[in-house]
Design a protein around this ligand. Structure first.
Ligand SMILES: Cc1cc2nc3c(=O)[nH]c(=O)nc-3n(C[C@H](O)[C@H](O)[C@H](O)COP(=O)(O)OP(=O)(O)OC[C@H]3O[C@@H](n4cnc5c(N)ncnc54)[C@H](O)[C@@H]3O)c2cc1C
Length: 517
């Protein structure tokens, strides 16, 4: 790849990028010109990494293994990003690289067809051996994993489960196992931290990378960092890796991939993680290119029943689990209504309901408020507990009669909607939304009646900075920005079923390329 070598080109690049963003109303207060280099550097390392999530730490560990000095900047008070609280399910497939490549570029797959083939090619080769790389860095796996070719209903992938011995004192228990220990990505992040710090790496909490500096030749040479004590400048001799996650918590920027993701949509993992898009913005401000979303709902969106928290189990300080287990035949026992109590969609656990999804329908409901309604027979059968703390206050209600429930949730049309739904069950035909006959089997008739809020959530974003297969950031003219890397949810063009491998592989490419060239 050629590089913009003149300052004129460089200024042009940054100015065009900023102007483009400004035109979209995204950067009201952003500088239109590149930052002048600081008069002095407060710290120096070979590699400076913005973000201590799995992508950033994969870059950091790789670089430190190559003998480099590395500083990791972390904007939060907590280390580890989403992987520290996640489900610990990791799609490190043991297919052949060729089969995996075909799978991840399948033109018939909604999820994968927009992947960048060059990134998938390199990813596919590295995928399975990465298990050993993780083990070499202290990670352990549970023996509950599926084999290639078996499919998990959520991720449609074969996957391994990461083991963590202890409960996290900052977060609480995540997925306790009957055999002891926990299943959580913490089982990667904590060994990474120990390993990295053991080799002299530095992780600076409450240090937010806000900008990167480019020198007169256009090379990225450092980062501007906001700390509780003011701004500092950190020099990067070999590169800066942007690994601050996505912008799913940035209510202004995230509409770039879908204007329907309005402020009431909750980001998963919040408030433990707060991906505000600052790392992506830092790349855009120096001319980086944004490569878009898959435009596909199901993996990007999640829904939770009875809670506005996702990913935190019982015993966690961050939330409560809500009503779980509404799947399979249980869809026959529930009815979805909107804020007014009107039914608006068939109740079915399928991404594609016939050219549209549950989310397409939910987005257009008043205030995006959605309730799941069921009767006491179903609540008892499936042990759906609507009381606090299983459900959050305000996210569930009970009524001796449907009228009482309707009044409690402020949904006046609920009794009439239930009566209509029960008629559809009697006649085995849903005239309004075509719920399949095999799920149209249970009337909502035995009080007390229950309602739990279905909270709409935004989960994985696939849009981010455009990178090549060394994780170098590409500018809006298609050229590499020398010294600048992006990985994980900060980078676009690579979606692989779940988030951790998407961080690990490009993180490793960045760490290796920055140090070895
Ligand atoms: C609840 C939940 C469950 C999940 N379950 C799974 C699962 O089971 N398996 C799986 O593979 N994936 C799962 N995922 C997805 C996966 O965890 C993420 O895709 C992945 O961890 C993202 O890693 P990342 O390093 O790109 O970003 P993040 O994890 O978001 O890390 C970015 C880090 O950078 C910090 N940061 C942000 N901006 C800056 C800045 N400007 N300067 C300095 N620091 C900054 C952030 O605070 C954060 O710590 C889950 C996600 C969530 C939220």
């Amino acid at each position: 790849m050629t590089v913009s070598t003149t300052r004129r080109n460089f200024l042009k690049t940054a100015a065009v990028s900023s102007a483009a963003l400004g035109g979209m109303g995204l950067m009201a207060s952003a500088e239109a010109a590149p930052l002048p280099l600081p008069k002095k550097w407060d710290m120096t390392a070979d590699l400076v990494v913005g973000g201590s999530g799995i992508a950033g730490m994969s870059a950091a560990v790789t670089a430190i293994d190559l003998g480099a000095s590395v500083i990791v900047l972390e904007k939060n008070k907590n280390y580890g990003g989403a992987a520290r609280i996640n489900g610990g399910i990791i799609a490190l497939r043991d297919d052949t690289p060729e089969d995996l490549y075909k799978h991840l570029t399948n033109p018939k797959s909604n999820e994968y067809r927009k992947n960048d083939p060059a990134l998938v090619r390199k990813y596919s080769k590295m995928c399975y051996p990465t298990r050993k790389w993780l083990e070499d860095h202290g990670v352990k796996f549970l023996n509950t994993s599926t084999k290639a070719g078996q499919y998990d209903s959520q991720h449609h992938e074969s996957y391994l489960h990461i083991y963590s011995e202890g409960m996290d004192p900052d977060i609480g228990g995540i997925h306790p196992q009957r055999t002891g220990g926990y299943r959580t990505g913490r089982g990667i992040m904590m060994p990474f931290k120990d390993y990295f710090e053991g080799k002299g790496g530095k992780i600076l909490l409450e240090h937010k990378l806000t900008d990167v500096y480019r020198d007169a030749k256009g090379r990225v040479v450092g980062a501007r960092v906001q700390t509780p004590k003011g701004v500092i400048n950190v020099r990067a001799k070999k590169g800066v890796v942007l690994a601050g996650g996505s912008w799913k918590a940035n209510k202004e920027l995230r509409v770039i991939s879908d204007p329907r993701i309005t402020p009431e949509i909750v980001p998963t993992g919040y408030p433990y993680i707060d991906p505000d898009g600052s790392a992506i913005l830092a790349g855009l401000k120096v001319g980086g290119m944004f490569v878009g979303d898959r435009g596909e709902d199901t993996p990007r969106m999640r829904r939770m029943f009875g809670t506005n928290r996702y990913g935190f189990q019982k015993g966690s300080v961050y939330g409560c689990p809500g009503v779980s287990g509404i799947k399979g035949p249980r869809w026959s026992d529930v009815m979805f209504v909107n804020k007014n109590g009107d039914r608006f969609v068939k109740e079915l656990d399928k991404g594609d309901l016939g050219g549209y999804s549950f989310y397409d329908m939910a987005y257009v409901q008043p205030e995006k408020i959605v309730w799941c309604v069921f009767d006491d027979a179903s609540a008892k059968k499936y042990r759906w507990d609507t009381s606090y703390p299983t459900c959050e206050k305000g996210y569930a209600a009970d009524g001796a009669t449907l009228e009482e429930l309707a009044q409690k949730i402020g949904a006046p049309n609920l009794p009439a909607s239930v009566a209509k739904y029960n008629k559809f069950v009697d006649q085995k035909k849903d005239e309004d939304f075509d719920k399949p006959e095999n799920l149209l089997t249970k009337k909502i008739e035995q009080g007390p009646f229950h309602a739990v809020r279905i909270v709409l959530m935004v989960h994985n974003f696939t849009g981010g900075l455009r990178i090549n297969d060394n994780s170098q950031v590409i500018d809006i003219f298609g050229k590499v920005i020398p010294g600048l890397y992006a990985a994980g949810e900060t980078a676009g063009g690579l979606y692989v079923g779940n988030g951790m491998p998407r961080g690990i592989m490009p993180g490793r490419w960045a760490g290796e390329h920055a140090i070895k060239g």
